[in-house]
Design a binder for this molecule. Structure first.
Ligand SMILES: NC(=O)c1ccc[n+]([C@@H]2O[C@H](COP(=O)([O-])OP(=O)(O)OC[C@H]3O[C@@H](n4cnc5c(N)ncnc54)[C@H](OP(=O)(O)O)[C@@H]3O)[C@@H](O)[C@H]2O)c1
Length: 365
């Protein structure tokens, strides 16, 4: 068990006790430890203060992530709240509304106290006799209003703390989308505006138009495209960067080896990085993560997240999780530091990877 997880009794004299009543005390003590260790950050010029590890809720939508035990994800949400996570990222399209509904259910009354970030802009049409939907980009002003009403209803809240444009829609001018969003802001239905997957040019335009509190990008050790332009721009303009894909959809945990087979209902069955060749190509990065992790008594997962958290342009890492154990482990990326030498050695080996190697079909429902 690693330093940052609950199995650690931190060298206390009563470590190893077995009495059930004392065990409860032990768990409580460990929970408090985690709450103390949580780090928070303010998003852009907003007054939203969020945990640096966010809870990614796409998995809660139960679609295209293989078999997902919804009850386990709900328990993970409860555990996340206990250990101080107050930031939950979802989207209307995740599970075609199911992720938002399940998040509201899992959070219960606490949904009004945490920072929920949802997204719109990937619309969908369901097909008769099929679980799969046809998705398409739509950031038109009409869709802004329609999508927002749907999200408010499913999330059971009156105002969305952070409302993000999921993907840019080339058919709609950014000005008209932002106009519609600022109108909703004035009506009190959203507090702050964020974007996701915006290329630099569009980001520059958007920031010139209205206050953008956050921008979300794919970024991890094997896909560092965001470093080229959007990360420095966001840092300079005080737009808080939120990262997804931190674990390259589970690859950087090191648990997937060449030969792993994903079911057809798991997006990883269609991603080149999860083919036997793709996994073999990335083995040097996994090996380096394992080596570094063992020296810090951490796990490769925690080191992969830590490497991102130490980038000064990045505010928060949103990790997708399916179980309470996973979110506990991921939070263990906080509260310690990598040496410059280890950081550089990981960056160095990652630099040998094929470019853009972990992109996902994120527009799918
Ligand atoms: N803005 C966008 O366009 C966009 C796109 C995609 C995702 N997102 C957001 O980002 C979140 C994260 O999703 P992601 O696609 O970026 O995936 P990720 O965080 O790179 O990987 C998540 C997956 O890794 C595995 N995992 C996580 N923690 C683990 C641990 N401690 N030990 C072992 N396995 C662990 C889990 O799957 P297994 O257990 O099945 O391996 C989990 O589903 C989503 O929920 C969503 O909120 C945003």
């Amino acid at each position: 068990m690693n330093r940052g997880s609950l199995g650690n009794s931190g060298g206390r004299a009563d470590a190893g006790i077995t009495d059930p009543e004392r065990m409860d005390v032990e768990t409580l003590f460990a929970s408090r430890q985690q709450i103390v260790n949580m780090e928070y950050t303010k998003l852009g010029r907003s007054d939203l203060v969020v945990s640096r590890i966010g809870f990614g809720c796409e998995q809660l939508g139960g679609f295209d992530w293989g078999e997902v035990d919804t009850d386990s994800v709900i328990l993970a949400v409860h555990r996340a709240l206990e250990i101080g996570i107050n930031f939950f990222d979802t989207a209307d399209v995740y599970g075609l509304g199911r992720s938002e509904e399940m998040l509201a259910h899992a959070l219960g009354p606490q949904r009004k106290d945490v920072v929920i970030a949802t997204k719109f802009g990937v619309n969908w049409r369901t097909k008769r006799n099929s679980r799969r939907a046809l998705t398409f980009l739509d950031c038109s002003p009409r869709r802004v209003t329609e999508a927002l009403e749907g999200s408010l209803r499913r999330l059971k809240i009156d105002c969305i703390p952070l409302y993000q444009i999921h993907w840019p829609d080339a058919k709609t001018s950014i000005g008209s989308t932002l106009n519609a969003l600022t109108r909703c802001q004035r009506e009190g239905k959203i507090r702050y505006i964020g974007c996701s997957n915006f290329p630099l040019g569009l980001l520059v335009e958007a920031v010139g138009y209205c206050s953008m509190s956050s921008a979300q990008f794919l970024y991890n050790l094997i896909d560092r495209t965001a470093e080229n332009d959007v990360l420095p721009f966001c840092k300079e303009r005080n737009v808080s960067v939120l990262i997804y894909g931190a674990l390259a959809h589970g690859l950087l945990t090191g648990k997937y080896v060449p030969g792993t087979k994903f079911p057809a209902n798991d997006r990883r069955s269609r991603l080149s990085i999860f083919t036997p060749g793709g996994l073999a190509d990335r083995y040097p990065v996994i090996k380096r993560l394992q080596d570094v992790a063992s020296r810090y008594e951490m796990t490769p997962t925690q080191v992969a997240i830590r490497w991102i958290l130490e980038n000064p342009a990045i505010s928060c890492v949103i990790t997708g999780v399916k179980t309470a154990e996973q979110i506990e482990e991921n939070v263990g990326a906080l509260g310690w530091q990598l040496s410059q030498r280890d950081r550089e050695s990981m960056t160095g080996v990652a630099g040998t990877m094929p470019e853009g190697s972990s992109s996902v079909e994120s527009k799918n429902a």
